[in-house]
Design a protein. Structure first.
Length: 573
């Protein structure tokens, strides 16, 4: 039995060993399976995460490294990508009286001596002022925007308290051009005055500041407008000027200028005085430029149907007030002659027959009872005559007195008058093709067609002759209004305006040129009125900007005025 038991023990041990091996193999297989399952789950989660990020806005979230490489403030460009405002690294001059850290004198040499040496590096600084700052022992900036070569010269002075921290600076490559559009960035890093203020959040947000923001303006048109306005302003010794070029179909502002200008690269006391925007923030009585609006409203209402009808052109007596023409052209005038000769008396009579309610509603439809529509924060309130217009008020408003609006109001109104009758808000944002707002209808299309004829005739036969650029079919209206003062209007102070559009056979752009208090000089044949001061600016500007805007001169084309021309030629003979 002992031998038999011994012989049977061997197989039992082998069975146990096989069982252990089988269990170990199964365990190993389960472990491999679990590891593979875990990897599969992780891979599945990763794929889901990638898919989610690809479809969500979080795909645009930037890493901290990418954010560090972004400019601290986004770039602003014109409609063609020309940079108008951008950030770049720069140095600053900082006075740190605790640079040595031992509580001793921070400067090796006297403050006055160091200030003189700094003035040799930076001629624009005041050495007395700098010496006072150094002697005060208070930390602070001595200068911003220091060039690398200037920083090297400062460090060569050997004063450890004069530190040169590297900062990000806002730079305007075009200098003062478009300053009233752009505004500037203050020391706190936030925009002021112009589109820098309007777009401040977008320009500083890490999620959006990487992409430049295109404005509607064309830098080439902007430069030409400022140049011609400046020449015109200096030629007649005007105290200021304003101008705008507006797309009549979209409301996009191609150029906007207010003079005198300021340099956003360097904001000083003089620059702060010139930040006031005459185009959007200053309201004026714009005089006879309102007469076409009155006539358009009368045509729309059926008050003016027969353009050959003679209207009484003698002085209009309303109570103790008398409305007269500056240069009477006879006892009767028809409507085309009224605009060509700029008759106050006939325009007043047309408005009287039209009625205050209808003229007032037309001006409301043109937005003249509200601030101008544009993104800029500085927008002036019109001087609106109120709800109840007596007879005399209605008459004076008809030729641009007793109501004060901005040049931008006038530009938008003229755009509606020539583009088929649709008013649209002005914008400084570049619009994609087909993205123009629908706007609202103010005039019938047929009325707009008539106004294109009449405005063209003014530059051919009337007060706008000096604005007629050959081949560009310019049409427009002059306006010369005395500025109000204590006790009435000041005859010695005029606002001279020319409101125009071109080409009048298919209007594309409105151009407004305004001079504040021009004087009669040799350049204007000693005249102060708009026909001699503002109109020539438009006449010189249009040939400069036309080709840039895709409009070539063509002497073979023009507005068909054959049905109205005999009325004017007959009246002139």
């Amino acid at each position: 039995m002992t031998a038999l038991s011994a012989s049977m023990a061997v197989p039992t041990g082998r069975v146990q060993l096989v069982t252990i091996r089988r269990q170990s193999l199964v365990t190993a297989r389960w472990r491999v399976l679990w590891v593979a399952l875990v990897f599969a789950v992780v891979a599945f989660i990763a794929v889901l995460r990638i898919f989610h990020l690809g479809l969500s806005d979080r795909a645009l979230t930037r890493t901290s490294l990418e954010e560090a490489l972004l400019p601290p403030r986004g770039e602003i460009t014109d409609r063609n990508g020309t940079p108008l405002a951008r950030a770049f690294p720069a140095y600053a001059l900082w006075y740190n009286p605790e640079a040595l850290g031992d509580g001793g004198t921070p400067l090796v040499r006297p403050p006055a001596e160091i200030a003189e040496e700094l003035a040799a590096i930076f001629p624009s600084i005041d050495p007395v002022d700098v010496a006072e700052k150094l002697a005060s022992g208070r930390a602070g900036y001595l200068r911003r925007r220091v060039l690398p070569e200037e920083a090297n010269r400062v460090q060569a002075l050997g004063e450890l308290a004069l530190e040169m921290p590297r900062e990000s600076d806002r730079h305007y490559p075009q200098g003062s051009m478009g300053a009233h559009i752009l505004g500037y960035v203050a020391a706190d890093g936030h925009g002021r005055v112009g589109m820098e203020q309007v777009l401040d959040k977008h320009l500083t947000d890490p999620a959006t500041r990487a992409d430049p923001i295109p404005l509607s303006i064309d830098a080439r048109v902007q430069g030409a407008l400022e140049d011609e306005l400046r020449k015109g302003m200096l030629a007649v010794n005007a105290m200021g000027a304003a101008g705008i070029v507006l797309d009549v179909d979209t409301g996009e502002v191609m150029a906007l200028a207010s003079l005198p200008e300021f340099d956003p690269n360097r904001i000083d006391e003089e620059g702060e005085k010139n930040m006031f925007n005459r185009v959007t923030n200053q309201v004026y009585e714009l005089g006879s430029t309102f007469k076409p609006i009155t006539v358009a409203a009368a045509i729309d209402a059926g008050v003016v149907r027969d353009f050959g009808k003679p209207w009484n052109a003698t002085p209009v007596q309303v109570g103790r007030f008398s409305i007269k023409d500056l240069k009477p052209k006879g006892e009767v005038l028809n409507v085309p002659q009224t605009l060509i000769y700029s008759s106050n008396t006939v325009t007043a009579r047309v408005a009287d027959e039209l009625g205050a309610k209808r003229l007032r509603q037309t001006l409301i439809d043109l937005g003249m009872n509200e601030r101008p529509y544009i993104e800029l924060p500085a927008r002036g309130f019109p001087i609106w005559p109120g709800d109840d217009w007596p007879r005399l008020r209605n008459m004076t408003v008809s030729y641009g007195h007793g109501i004060a609006v901005t040049p931008l109001h006038l530009a938008s109104a003229y755009a509606a008058m020539v583009n088929g009758g649709i008013w649209r808000p002005a914008t400084l944002r570049k619009l994609e093709p087909g993205a123009a707002p629908r706007g609202r209808r103010v005039f019938k299309a047929s009325t707009s067609s008539r106004m294109r004829q009449l405005l063209r005739m003014i530059t051919i036969y009337g007060t706008g002759k000096n604005a007629d650029a050959p081949g560009y079919r310019v049409g427009g209206k002059t306006g010369s209004a005395e500025k109000p003062g204590n006790g009435g209007y000041r005859q010695s102070s005029l606002v001279s305006t020319f409101a125009a559009a071109f080409p009048m056979d298919r209007p594309r752009y409105v151009v407004i040129a305004m001079l504040d208090e021009p004087h009669g000089t040799v350049a204007s044949s000693f005249q102060r009125t708009a026909g001699w001061t503002a109109a020539p600016i438009v006449g010189k500007l249009v040939p400069r900007i036309g080709p840039v805007l895709g409009i070539r001169p063509d002497a073979t084309r023009d507005v068909d005025i054959s049905d109205l021309k005999p009325l004017v030629v007959k009246g002139k003979s």
